[in-house]
Write a protein that binds this ligand. Structure first.
Ligand code: NAD
Length: 420
């Protein structure tokens, strides 16, 4: 556990620093601080894979369940080469705050396998997913912990997880994961929910800070499940999206990118690099472009002490989890850049994951319109709660969002009491 030996840098250090500031603001004692800082359960597993050529490799896998006070744990599964236990711990803690902030009845969890998915065939990814699922099966389930897609995983991954878990328990359990294909009990609107939420929150932040969408420009880092549709929804709302990037490159157009054509290019080539509807851009320069709204929607730790002083956007909307380091956060605050935190900005995904889980329990599918309306209603409620709390207590949006969330988790914990 991390309490006695916390890291100094990285996502877990940032998450623990945010929690420490929140605990001080709320006036909680050291015992409560320790409870909130440590995960309730952590599992580390080996995931052996027989490759298509017969060789065997062994990957490390993790599942961290940070908190259960408000309900079963919930959080994504990440496939990325650099995943480690501390990163998964940080992401699980942020999930707890996110679920509490948007008032869905879950605690937070996260999983990861330290594998580079682009180096593997679909058949290999299926075997890794099934083996990882069987290793963590004792600690997941619709009333225990419900995984969902994250970086490097998708609805196919969730279908394999659901099938593996169902085979192990002997009957179909749709509610064990969310983000499944719609034909297998997935929710309409889930695939675009995080992006829809990012765009909805961006528009509310722009309105609150006197910016009209049709006069605003944006840059989106990451063109995956979150970034791609976030860029599309922003353009649909009138915003000029000048730049997008992915792990292989970036493209820029002063007059705005055609996201549909860019999407077709990515489907064909696998990357935004080489898109003819814009100029090539150094991906590192995207963060400091002269635009109004910056949407980091890729990985953690991309707005740092080195580049925060050069960010020209007046609003940063965190589509990714943990894209702003704590040092960068302080610099952006001092420079008057508004940061809409991840636990609010990208909460659309977990909200519709919750709707998917509810639909699995009801064995009934809602219409896409119903899903989208309920999603926007929940996000709007959370947004107003955050800006009102921030204004009442002179806090940043991140500090306000974390305080509201931690208070809810703590209230549930106190009402349940400590066993034994
Ligand atoms: P994804 O794997 O679908 O896409 C990730 C994208 O980021 C890809 O385009 C990849 O090329 C790009 N990328 C990776 N490293 C990069 C770098 N250094 N610079 C620029 N681009 C880079 O993943 P995703 O599901 O879109 O997740 C993105 C972020 O959003 C993550 O932080 C994730 O935790 C968060 N998030 C995802 C969801 C969800 O529903 N998928 C929900 C909430 C939060």
């Amino acid at each position: 556990m991390t309490w006695s030996n916390p890291p100094v840098h990285g996502p877990l250090a940032d998450a623990l620093a945010q929690l420490a500031a929140t605990v001080e603001h709320l006036g909680y004692d050291e015992g409560m601080h320790q409870m909130l800082a440590t995960a309730r359960r952590e599992m580390q597993v080996s995931v052996p894979l027989r490759r298509d050529d017969g060789r065997v490799v062994v990957y490390s896998g993790y599942r961290v369940q940070h908190n259960f006070s408000r309900g079963p744990a919930k959080g994504g599964l990440r496939f990325a080469a650099n995943v480690d236990l501390d990163e998964v711990r940080a992401l699980a803690m942020w999930m707890t705050w996110k679920c509490a902030l948007v008032d869905v009845p879950y605690g937070g969890a996260k999983g990861g396998v330290a594998i580079e998915p682009r180096d593997h065939s679909q058949r290999e990814l299926e075997r890794v997913t099934r083996r990882y699922t069987s290793e963590i099966a004792p600690i997941i389930g619709p009333e225990v912990d419900i995984p969902a897609p994250d970086i490097g995983t998708n609805e196919q991954t969730m279908a394999w997880m659901m099938d593996t878990y169902s085979a192990l328990v002997g009957h179909t359990v749709q509610g064990v994961v969310t983000g499944k294909p719609v034909g297998l009990g997935g929710s309409r609107g889930r695939a675009t929910a995080t992006s829809r939420g990012v765009a909805h929150i961006s528009l509310m932040a722009m309105a609150a800070h006197g910016m009209k969408p049709e006069e605003a420009s944006a840059a989106v880092q990451g063109f995956g499940k979150v970034g791609r549709d976030a860029a599309r929804f922003l353009v649909q709302s009138g915003v000029t999206v000048r730049a997008v990037s992915d792990v292989d490159g970036a493209v820029f157009s002063e007059h705005g990118l055609d996201i549909a054509h860019l999407g077709a290019h990515v489907d064909r080539t696998g990357s935004v690099a080489g898109f003819e509807g814009g100029e090539a851009l150094d991906p590192a320069d995207l963060v400091t472009l002269d635009i109004d709204v910056l949407v980091p929607a890729a990985v953690e730790g991309v707005i740092t002490a080195d580049n925060a002083g050069h960010v020209q956007a007046s609003i940063v909307v965190e589509g990714a989890n943990g894209p702003t380091t704590k040092e960068a956060d302080a610099i952006l605050l001092e420079r008057g850049v508004v940061v809409v935190p991840d636990i609010l900005a990208n909460a659309g995904g977990v909200i519709v994951s919750y709707f998917e889980w509810v639909q699995a329990h009801q064995a009934y599918q809602w219409s896409e319109r119903e899903v989208n309306d309920r999603l926007e209603e929940r996000l709007t409620t959370a947004w107003h709660a955050v800006i009102e709390y921030a204004s009442a207590h002179s806090l940043t949006y991140r500090a306000a969002a974390t305080a509201l969330a931690v208070r809810r988790v703590t209230e549930a914990h106190r009402q349940r009491g400590l066993y034994p």
